[in-house]
Unconditional design. Structure first.
Length: 304
């Protein structure tokens, strides 16, 4: 249902009350996410609806608004994908149900989750990607803070997971035939090697990102989170170096797949540097040498 604007403050920095579906009014409460490029007109708001139900108001550019309509039409029946529940067509504002948390917050800030809960989260995200890939869509920004969850603690103080949804589809893209994407998109911490280079991205790249998500959800360790402010070089190079260190050796097929002289040379140079490094720094060990001390998968299994 299209929203009608009730009123707006003179300042473009705050949206005002919106009247939506019959009987539904959304009153902005506070900003919960400031636009990273300091564009206040695209700040995201927590809002109060009927019976004080919480919602999220997300102003977006016209292109993203139209993109969201297409995605909802395509995947509206997929419960594992998060869509808006109301909208303001004239002001390009999307209204979402408020999610209790996201996976990044849950893993970092809450008590350890049971293994079965972690498995359920990953299964639901996997099903969302399966549906998207089956229709030749790719999400392009798979990461923990784009996995939204609703949960409660029941009368027995037991954690109960109610809903898991993959959201923030702003970057999602429908591939044409077998064509691949040659562009850097998404969060560098969760991208595949070809994603770091912006060469040959496709469904396979997203499976790699999903694998990184699995490692994080199961261990609680953000393996590929450098101190961005102190980096002397591009973060893509740092993370690419770590990916090759952890999951090498460098496959010839990857160099061929990237199909870019500069990118291929970078991959080869990084791998040569790794091979010549007799004492790898902490966190750069090969995957088969990871231990429970640093990546405590077994601890969650015992608690599951």
């Amino acid at each position: 249902m299209i929203l009608q604007r009730a009123r707006f403050f003179k300042s473009a920095r705050m949206i005002s009350t919106l009247v939506g579906r019959p009987g539904q009014v959304y009153k902005p409460v506070r900003v919960i996410y400031k636009h990273p490029n300091k564009k206040p007109e695209f700040n995201i708001y927590l809002a109060s609806g009927k019976d004080n139900t919480a919602f999220v108001l997300k102003p977006v550019p016209r292109s993203i608004f139209e993109h969201s309509q297409e995605l909802k039409q395509e995947f509206g029946n997929v419960r594992q994908i998060r869509h808006h529940v109301d909208e303001d067509e004239r002001k390009h504002i999307l209204v979402y149900d408020y999610a209790t948390s996201n996976v990044l917050e849950m893993i970092n800030d809450c008590l350890p989750l049971p293994l079965q809960t972690r498995k359920t989260i990953l299964k639901e995200v996997g099903l969302a990607l399966k549906d998207m890939h089956a229709r030749n869509w790719i999400h392009l920004d798979v990461k923990p803070d784009n996995v939204f969850i609703d949960w409660v603690v029941n009368m027995e103080t037991k954690f109960c997971l109610e809903k898991v949804q993959l959201g923030d589809l702003d970057c999602a893209l429908k591939l044409i035939g077998t064509n691949l994407l040659n562009q850097k998109i998404g969060n560098v911490m969760w991208q595949s090697p070809e994603g770091q280079l912006g060469r040959g991205m496709g469904k396979h790249s997203e499976v790699f990102s999903f694998g990184l998500l699995c490692l994080f959800v199961l261990t609680g360790v953000e393996s590929f989170h450098p101190d961005f402010e102190s980096l002397p070089i591009e973060p893509e190079r740092v993370i690419l170096h770590k990916l090759l260190s952890n999951f090498g050796p460098l496959p010839d097929a990857l160099v061929k797949h990237v199909d870019d002289e500069k990118g291929g040379e970078l991959l080869k140079d990084l791998w040569k540097m790794i091979e010549e490094d007799e004492e790898r720094a902490e966190g750069y060990e090969p995957f088969e040498q990871w231990t429970e001390t640093d990546y405590p998968i077994s601890m969650w299994m015992r608690r599951g």
